[in-house]
Write a protein that binds this ligand. Structure first.
Ligand code: NAD
Length: 256
């Protein structure tokens, strides 16, 4: 049995990724997130798929809590083989109005937490000569949109960090890849639909058709299932030469 730690896995994309790992029945899962029902989600998935699970409410803003989550996971399952850096937040605002505390929180949660967690699991992965790090970036790790300065900076940052991990990990069979989704209809996006409607002064239905899916050639929201399947593939033993990649799953958005 391998063990996967997935941040932000009590909601949205992280939860969808956890489900795809659970379906293989080859991974214990360390769940994480701020949702109050996180422990129940972890327990229920453990029972449904007959795998080991645990839950940590470690806050991405607190490096000592992240290190403790890794230590607790290793104490329970012996090792961490796969790390999925997924937790993230968004704030939509023009640059001149962008609150400094929001900028700092977005960089800390979307980018710096991945550094702390990668650092914490790296030594063990190196010693065992196996590690798979999967960073959930965004189409905004490859292209920009207006009013998302901090988010775009954080996601471009994590794509760059992914490449450095790939180079340093290569001699030790540690791979690192980023997945760059287009729009996925999760709580994070529901909030953005409301925020964008306010910023642009248009109804929410128009935000979906005229702003969000406007940029995608495929006029559908990306599903959590396809993202989870990509993550499971990247985590597989055979994917040892797939590294340093930023894979868009964005309905053709970044092809333009
Ligand atoms: P979500 O809001 O449904 O889930 C985010 C998760 O992160 C939650 O479990 C939340 O508790 C956790 N989280 C947030 N702040 C945290 C903190 N300080 N400490 C610990 N956990 C924290 O959002 P989602 O849409 O599932 O987003 C997941 C990731 O996918 C994010 O990195 C996001 O940027 C990225 N992404 C989302 C979309 C999309 O369209 N939804 C597109 C591209 C990339």
């Amino acid at each position: 049995m391998k063990t996967v730690l997935i941040t932000g896995s009590s909601s949205g994309i992280g939860l969808g990724i956890a489900k795809e790992f659970a379906k293989t029945k080859q991974f214990n899962i360390i769940f994480n997130g701020l949702e109050a029902n996180g422990p129940e989600i972890a327990n229920a998935m453990g029972k449904e798929y007959g795998i080991g699970t645990m839950f940590s409410s470690a806050n991405m803003l607190k490096p000592e809590e992240l290190r403790k989550m890794v230590d607790d996971g290793i104490a329970k399952f012996g090792k961490i083989d796969v790390l999925v850096n997924n937790a993230g937040i968004q704030h939509v605002s023009a640059i001149e109005d962008f609150p400094e505390e929001k900028w700092n929180a977005i960089i800390a949660i979307n980018l710096t937490s991945a550094f702390h967690l990668t650092k914490a699991v790296w030594k063990g992965m190196k010693e065992r000569k196996f590690g798979r790090i999967i960073n959930i970036a965004s189409a905004h790790g490859l292209v920009a949109s207006e009013f998302k300065s901090a988010y775009v900076a954080s996601k471009h940052g994590i794509v760059g960090f992914t490449k450095t991990m790939a180079l340093e990990g290569a001699p030790y069979n540690i791979t690192a890849n980023a997945i760059c989704p287009g729009y996925v209809r999760t709580p994070l996006v529901e909030k953005q639909i409301a925020d964008q409607a306010k910023t642009h002064g248009i109804p929410e239905s128009e935000v979906i058709s005229k702003i969000m899916l406007y940029k995608q050639a495929v006029k559908e929201f990306v599903t959590v299932e396809i993202l989870g399947q990509a993550a499971v593939f990247m985590a597989s033993d055979g994917a040892s030469t797939l590294t340093g990649v930023a894979l868009p799953i964005d309905g053709g958005w970044s092809a333009q």
